[in-house]
Design a protein around this ligand. Structure first.
Ligand code: AMP
Ligand code: GLY
Length: 447
């Protein structure tokens, strides 16, 4: 089979790397890809939003399956475009992708389907939003309705901050005119976060193992929100009881509600959850694999990803219910970013030490913002690399990931030093062998 992955970040490198391991994958292309996808697959210089050129390429090369990485092409209807051309593609339609592309839509659907989420109000005029905020005596979160590369959510501690957020989103239109036409103002929740990604096709829901992202730019969750500075899998906050509740109270009602609206969801449904004292609450839905979450997830997945993705596309996913195989060892991913990210940053700096880092067994350096220039690999984005390691324990996986990070240098590189620490603090003995609860499905190493 020939497969095309659409996108150019760490998520797409992880997808190319894993899909290429399938014995059935003859060739894996990536459009447009980065220096890492060019090593594990073949890059094609086509923009992910240029649907016509993508369709022509797929026809010409006789590609059997296209897998979409990022949200933007999904929100703009790449799946509808391919389906009209009778081509097989993995991901939700434009309407179904509204679960991510419109926070107002997602909130209203949650209210309608009785899915637990933070109390909220929707505003389409800044004056009404301001009046509401001024009468609140608890911390708020202000969210632009539309896509804003993960930056349109402003978590506030005071009402003044919330008023400034309204100004930035609705008046200054910092996240674009369309994205800021409406805002969601919601109660700020306390608790530990968890990303639960599930493959969905028809009525079938196959959850992947729980992961935890690190959204803030700096250690101890300080600084602005980013696309994600590191992740680990499995996340012990996702106890079997909590995962059960999320399945019953979140995934099932949303998938059914979408079906009833005649907008069935097919692809990856990503539930961003806050585990509060009162139980799980949905922070957001995404309609694609999380990045960096997919990096530790795919390090651990033993099931053939191509088989799995095809089963979603062909609506045969039931065959995989309760049958996913996982490496029992935890994985930790540390993102190395460009100085200044998530704000403005410089690019084009040479990256050194990739060969040394690649020598570590059970370590994979996924590329995000990189490009090749002759013999050199240069930085080419905010998030540059996702250094991902397996270990016998979570502590061991963390140590090994940071050992590989220490091999790599580029000017202005920065990364968090506390990835996985929340879980390590919560484990009774961090050095003890950590056997994830949901790993009951996993098989020993060489079966
Ligand atoms: P979202 O894109 O909606 O997930 O928001 C991005 C990040 O903002 C989340 O991962 C949380 O860290 C934070 N966040 C969003 N909504 C809330 C909330 N209601 N309470 C606390 N933090 C939130
Ligand atoms: N890491 C968060 C996301 O992919 O949206």
């Amino acid at each position: 089979m020939k497969v095309l992955v659409v996108g150019k970040g760490g998520r797409e490198h992880a997808l190319v790397w894993k899909l290429a391991q399938s014995p059935r994958a003859e060739q894996v292309y990536c459009a447009p890809g980065n220096a890492g996808t060019a090593e594990d697959g073949v890059n094609v210089p086509i923009d992910p939003l240029d649907f016509d050129r993508l369709v022509s390429f797929v026809r010409k090369e006789k590609i059997d399956l296209t897998v979409v990485g990022p949200e933007e092409p999904l929100a703009r209807g790449i799946v509808d475009h391919f389906q009209k051309a009778n081509l097989r593609i993995f991901g939700p339609t434009r309407e179904a992708a509204r679960l991510e592309s419109s926070k107002v839509f997602a909130k209203e659907l949650m209210r309608h389907a009785d899915v637990p989420t933070a109390e909220f109000r929707i505003f389409d005029h800044p004056e009404f939003a301001r009046r509401f905020i001024e009468t609140r005596d608890y911390p708020l979160v202000v969210k632009a309705d539309g896509l804003a590369a993960g930056k349109g959510v402003i978590v506030c501690s005071t009402n003044e901050e919330a008023l400034t957020a309204i100004e930035r989103i609705m008046v200054r239109e910092e996240f674009g005119r369309a994205a800021g036409r409406q805002v969601v103002v919601e109660k700020r929740l306390e608790g530990e976060e968890l990303s639960l990604l599930a493959l969905v096709s028809g009525r079938t829901i196959v959850p992947l193992q729980p992961t935890q992202d690190h959204k803030a730019a700096f250690d101890e969750d300080k600084g602005p929100n980013t696309g994600g500075m590191g992740a680990y899998c499995p996340a012990p906050v996702g106890t079997p009881e909590l995962l059960d509740t999320i399945d019953r109270e979140v995934l099932v009602p949303i998938v059914h509600a979408m079906k009833r609206r005649r907008q069935p969801f097919r692809g990856v449904l990503y539930a961003g959850i806050m585990a509060t004292n009162q139980g799980p609450r949905v922070l957001e839905f995404n309609c694609r694999f999380g990045d960096p979450e997919i990096q530790p997830l795919l390090m651990r997945l033993r099931t053939d990803l191509l088989d799995l993705i095809e089963a979603v596309v062909d609506e045969r996913l039931e065959a995989f219910e309760g049958k996913l195989e996982w490496d029992p060892r935890p994985a930790v991913c540390v993102v190395m970013a460009s100085s200044g990210y998530p704000g403005p940053y410089k690019k084009g700096f040479p990256i050194r030490g990739l060969t040394e880092a690649a020598k570590w067994p059970d370590v994979k350096v996924f590329h995000a913002g990189t490009r090749r220039d002759g013999d050199r690999i240069l930085t080419d984005g905010g998030r540059v690399l996702g250094v991902t390691a397996l270990g016998d324990t979570l502590a061991d996986a963390k140590r090994r990931a940071y050992e590989a990070v220490a091999c790599i240098q580029f000017p202005g590189a920065f990364y968090r030093r506390d990835i996985a620490d929340k879980a390590l603090r919560s484990l009774p003995d961090p050095a003890a062998k950590f056997t994830p609860s949901a790993a009951t499905e996993s098989l020993p190493e060489n079966t």
